[in-house]
Design a binder for this molecule. Structure first.
Ligand SMILES: NC(=O)c1ccc[n+]([C@@H]2O[C@H](COP(=O)([O-])OP(=O)(O)OC[C@H]3O[C@@H](n4cnc5c(N)ncnc54)[C@H](O)[C@@H]3O)[C@@H](O)[C@H]2O)c1
Length: 274
C-alpha cells in the first residue's frame, strides 16, 4: 500500500514537543518530508535531529520572522504542500496556578453540595492587556501569518495544498477562566471556514482539528482539575498526542480530498457536536 503522504512537504509549527511533534513524526512515517518550526530552538533542534528533518526556529506571532522562515523554506525546499498551524500556548506558562485551581475545586464542591456560592472565577476581570494580546498573537496572528505565507508558496505548485489549524473544544464550548484562549480558538475556526471557501478554487483545502483534553506539557499543570476533566469525558480519560496526529494524517492526505472547512474533534466524547 502506498504511504498516505508520500512526496508531500509539510511544515508543522510548534513541533518541538507535544501534539506538533507527534504530527511531524506520523507525517514522516507516512512518507512526508517534514519541516519543524518552534519558538524553542533547543527543543526543536533536538527533535529535528532525531527525525533527520530541517527546522526553522521562529515566533509565529512575528510577521517578519514568519516571512523570513518561508523565504528560507522557499530557498531550501522550493515548495510546500501542507501547513499545520499548531503552535499554541495556554496563557499561564510559568505561573503558579494552584490557588486558582483550588478555588475552582471549592466552587465545584459548593455547587455539588447545594451550598451558597462564595467562590467566583474572576480571571477575565484580572486579565491584563498583555496576556490577552499575547494569546491572540500566538494563535490568531500566528495562524494568519503562516497561512498567508504558505498560500504564496502553495499557489506556485501544481499539487493540491492543505492547511490544518489547531482549534480546541474550548473554541466552541467555552471554558471558565480561559476567555482569551477560547476567543482565540473560536477565531481560528472562523478563519478556517472563510479561508476554506476562499482558496477552494485553487485546490487548497483548509480544515481544523479541535482536540479534547490531551496529555501534553500544556495540560500538565491542571492539578486537581485533571481527574475532574477526565471524569467529564465519556471515555473517562485524556487523549494522547497520537489521537490528534492520526486525525491530522487523514485530513492532510488525499483520502480527505472532498473535505474542506470542517472541524474534526477527537475528544473522547466530551463534545459531541462541533
Ligand atoms: N493539549 C491539549 O489538551 C490541547 C487541547 C486542545 C487544543 N490544543 C492545541 O494544540 C496545539 C498544541 O498543543 P500542545 O498540547 O502540544 O502544547 P505544548 O505546550 O505541549 O506545545 C506547544 C509548542 O508550541 C510552541 N510555541 C509556543 N508559542 C510559539 C510561537 N509563538 N511560535 C512558535 N512556536 C510556539 C512551544 O514552544 C511548544 O513546543 C496548541 O495550539 C493547543 O492550543 C491542545
Amino acid at each position: 500500500m502506498p504511504l498516505r503522504l508520500e512526496g508531500k512537504v509539510a511544515l508543522i509549527t510548534g513541533a518541538g514537543r507535544g501534539i506538533g511533534l507527534a504530527i511531524a513524526s506520523r507525517f514522516q512515517q507516512e512518507g512526508a518530508t517534514v519541516l519543524l518550526n518552534d519558538l524553542n530552538v533547543d527543543g526543536v533542534s533536538v527533535q529535528a535531529q532525531a527525525l533527520d528533518a530541517r527546522y526553522y526556529a521562529c515566533d509565529v506571532g512575528d510577521s517578519a520572522a514568519v516571512d523570513s522562515m518561508f523565504a528560507a523554506i522557499r530557498a531550501d525546499v522550493g515548495r510546500l504542500d501542507i501547513l499545520v498551524n499548531n503552535a499554541g500556548i495556554n496563557g499561564s506558562e510559568g505561573e503558579d496556578v494552584s490557588a486558582r485551581h483550588e478555588k475552582s475545586m471549592r466552587q465545584m464542591e459548593q455547587i455539588q453540595n447545594g451550598q451558597p456560592i462564595t467562590e467566583h472565577n474572576d480571571t477575565t476581570i484580572e486579565l491584563s492587556d498583555d496576556k490577552w494580546r499575547r494569546m491572540m498573537r500566538v494563535h490568531l496572528d500566528g495562524t494568519f501569518y503562516c497561512s498567508r505565507a504558505a498560500l504564496k508558496l502553495m499557489r506556485k505548485g501544481a499539487a493540491p495544498g492543505v492547511i490544518l489549524n489547531l482549534g480546541s473544544i474550548m473554541g466552541t464550548a467555552g471554558g471558565a477562566g480561559a476567555s482569551h484562549y477560547c476567543a482565540a480558538k473560536a477565531g481560528i475556526l472562523g478563519f478556517t471556514r472563510a479561508l476554506a471557501r476562499e482558496v477552494a478554487t485553487r485546490n487548497i483545502r483548509v480544515n481544523a482539528i479541535a482536540p479534547g483534553w490531551i496529555e501534553t506539557d500544556m495540560t500538565s499543570n491542571l492539578g486537581p482539575l485533571a481527574p475532574v476533566l477526565a471524569a467529564q469525558t465519556p471515555m473517562l480519560r485524556f487523549g494522547d498526542v497520537d489521537d490528534i496526529a492520526h486525525a491530522a494524517v487523514y485530513l492532510a492526505s488525499d483520502e480527505a480530498k472532498f473535505v474542506t472547512g470542517q472541524v474534526l474533534s477527537p475528544n473522547g466524547g466530551w463534545h459531541m457536536s462541533q
